[in-house]
Design a protein around this ligand. Structure first.
Ligand SMILES: [Zn+2]
Length: 270
């Protein structure tokens, strides 16, 4: 009786025998079916008894199949993946474009806020200034009565820095495969290009105030380049910190690339 019991239990408790030599390693995000640990970079071995490729989870110590290409759902997943990759690329491009547009809007908005069309009569009631144009808009003039000029300027330049920082951080988080030089190029070239477009627009709109406006455009461009370089420098460490603070441990392995890209050990799912 004892022998029968032994025979029944043994297949469940004995782990696979020592696997043969490593054949490959997991190159994509694969999650331990038991504890959720990301098995990416873990070595794959062929099981001696069955010949099935297996992988050992270092977190919970369980063996599991390294092959996930055998379910009926798989072909459908592959099709859905292609569609989602295209959608993902469109979203990434749209985000980058919007951030670049925001950089330009801040630069142009500053010039717009600091100038006014000539030919107006001004009425001041308390802190509110009302302007009326009786005989059409004259050429643009620099406003002489901007309330809190310094505060406005500091705030809007800081906004430029912050938007560009977000741009840089987005680049290193969304495109972890890009080289550092490519990231640097995009966060420098984008504000330079945007600054150029705004300068050209301003030159068309107010050629007599071109050099005056250029100072503000240059200040924004400089703040945006510094912000962008800051974003690509500390973007990923900051993203890791945010993931640790904001996401429960079980979800962290899904974002393992944030650690792997910088050669850091994978976050524990517990
Ligand atoms: Zn596990």
């Amino acid at each position: 009786m004892a022998d029968v019991q032994q025979a029944r239990i043994e297949p469940h408790i004995s782990p696979p025998r020592r696997p043969r030599a490593q054949t490959a390693c997991i190159e994509l995000d694969r999650f331990c079916t038991d504890c959720g640990y990301n098995l990416r970079t873990r070595p794959v071995h062929l099981d001696d008894r069955t010949g099935i490729p297996i992988v050992l989870c270092p977190e919970c110590g369980r063996f599991q199949s390294a092959n996930d290409a055998s379910t009926t759902l798989r072909p459908w997943l592959d099709k859905a993946t292609s569609v989602m990759i295209v959608a993902w690329i469109i979203i990434l491009v749209l985000i980058l474009m919007n951030l670049a547009i925001a950089e330009g809007a801040l630069s142009y908005g500053t010039l717009d806020e600091l100038t006014i069309h000539g030919g107006s009569t001004t009425q001041r009631i308390g802190n509110t200034i009302t302007r009326t144009w009786s005989s059409g808009w004259g050429p643009l003039e620099v406003k002489t009565d901007v309330p809190d000029y310094k505060l406005f300027l500091i705030t809007i330049i800081l906004c430029s820095f912050a938007i560009a920082f977000a741009f840089g951080m987005f680049v290193v988080v969304a495109f972890p495969h890009w080289r550092r030089m490519a990231c640097a190029a995009i966060v420098i070239i984008t504000p330079a290009l945007v600054g150029g477009i705004i300068a050209l627009t301003w030159w068309k709109e107010a050629p007599h105030l071109f050099t005056w406006g250029l100072v503000y455009i240059a200040a924004h461009t400089a703040a945006q380049i510094i912000g962008g370089v800051g974003g690509i420098t500390i973007g990923r460490p900051l993203a890791r910190l945010l993931v640790r603070i904001l996401l429960p441990p079980g979800i962290r392995p899904r974002l393992a690339y944030l650690w792997l890209t910088d050669g850091k050990p994978l976050p524990s799912p517990r």
